[in-house]
Design a binder for this molecule. Structure first.
Ligand SMILES: NC(=O)c1ccc[n+]([C@@H]2O[C@H](COP(=O)([O-])OP(=O)(O)OC[C@H]3O[C@@H](n4cnc5c(N)ncnc54)[C@H](O)[C@@H]3O)[C@@H](O)[C@H]2O)c1
Ligand SMILES: NC(=O)c1ccc[n+]([C@@H]2O[C@H](COP(=O)([O-])OP(=O)(O)OC[C@H]3O[C@@H](n4cnc5c(N)ncnc54)[C@H](O)[C@@H]3O)[C@@H](O)[C@H]2O)c1
Lengths: 208, 208
């Protein structure tokens, strides 16, 4: 396994190449890719060569081939069924996010305990099940990744239930640290830390 | 200015130290901090010494002092008023996120064009204004950071309006690249790329 920082970079290169690919060119150099997307050309060459992808001198990288290679390395050649616990504001926004339900991810279920929501569907048609049926649905729908979007006090219990039902990756949005066995990958998402990064730059800009 | 990667690390150290600080110890070593939060002890020492913070040999870093120093470096000793454009599912979830409205950030306004929402408040009491009054409100409320949480086709226009009204940092959640003058810092948030990182690890776990 490579580190999360490298994986994020590869995912970023993939997104950039997918954008470039729409314009019809066959090749792109690391220099040109770096300039267009504020990346580091040396880092691109180093990362791609680590995975056995090399550019042709003077020509650059074959865009299609590099996309295929990156998808393989990132494990994106398969489809992952994803379920979201908590059909509130955040859970619904994540479920209906236009960039999600294509390529490698399918949001197949939302879970909630509020009977007014259970049985309904989101705007893009994702069903909301009752939280009591989480384990059965996770097995039936072959869910491999769970997203936690419930209040902090419910997060740990729901994460445990996802794992016991067979889920192997958890993305946690609730503002609490969840403890899971080491073989489960957990990613915590926190928009506040991104706001802090933004604040750093804003604090450096002279007003006026 | 330091790079975004370093700023993210500093923000992460700050979060870890704030958690440790609640337990009552006065000092912590880089080794102990690294073990508790899966960080790199060498990197911690390197980052903190770059900003003039050093641990005492055999004792470690003074927790309180390091927190104060990190807040200074990150520009978090002041309060930033933040506004969110789009009072839909995502915008509302961000506005009511419990970790936000304390310390250095205040969400002071939401903007929307839907008259059924305008004039109401979110669950935690944040007012929803009509998007037509964005410029006046931004100046009146001294908003320095804008969050874009509207559909993709409306994002660029609203970002331009935020900037012309005096906002200096933009966080964009809409699935579209927005172009702004180079003196404005823009951060794009995309939960799909975090899902891709999770997929990489899940693809490596042997099932069963
Ligand atoms: N990480 C971030 O950047 C970020 C941003 C915004 C919100 N959040 C967090 O995300 C979570 C959801 O936020 P929201 O705005 O959607 O809240 P919300 O109140 O709108 O939604 C929560 C949903 O969870 C359901 N729920 C509560 N307890 C449950 C349980 N035990 N089992 C099943 N369902 C349960 C509720 O019925 C509700 O539908 C909160 O923890 C919030 O703090 C995180
Ligand atoms: N980056 C991510 O990870 C992520 C995740 C989920 C959603 N999203 C994106 O965030 C945005 C909001 O998602 P949502 O689920 O809250 O959608 P939503 O439809 O629930 O909310 C959109 C809101 O914007 C308002 N709006 C539309 N056009 C407007 C305009 N010109 N001026 C002012 N207000 C306007 C609507 O009235 C509505 O209240 C979308 O672009 C979505 O694709 C991003």
């Amino acid at each position: 396994c490579v580190s999360e920082i490298v994986t994020r970079r590869l995912s970023l290169y993939l997104r950039c190449l997918l954008m470039v690919n729409r314009e019809g060119d066959d090749y792109i150099s690391s220099k040109e890719l770096a300039e267009r997307y504020h990346l580091n050309a040396d880092q691109i060459r180093k990362d791609l060569s680590y995975f056995g992808t090399f550019g042709k001198r003077g020509v650059g990288y074959n865009i299609e081939d590099t996309i295929v290679k990156l998808k393989e390395v990132l494990g994106l050649t398969q489809v992952y069924n994803v379920a979201i616990a908590g059909a509130g504001n955040l859970g619904t926004a994540l479920a209906d996010y236009p960039r999600i339900n294509r390529d490698s991810f399918r949001i197949v279920a939302l879970f909630d305990r509020d009977n007014r929501k259970v049985g309904a569907k989101t705007r893009t048609g994702i069903p909301i099940y009752h939280i009591s049926g989480l384990e059965d649905r996770v097995r039936e729908l072959n869910v491999r990744m769970g997203i936690i979007s419930v209040p902090a006090d419910a997060a740990q219990g729901i994460a445990d239930r996802f794992v016991s039902a067979g889920v192997r990756g958890i993305m946690n949005f609730a503002p609490v640290r969840i403890q899971l066995p080491s073989y489960i990958k957990t990613i915590s998402a926190d928009f506040k830390s991104q706001l802090e990064v933004l604040a750093y730059y804003v604090s450096k800009i002279k007003v006026g």
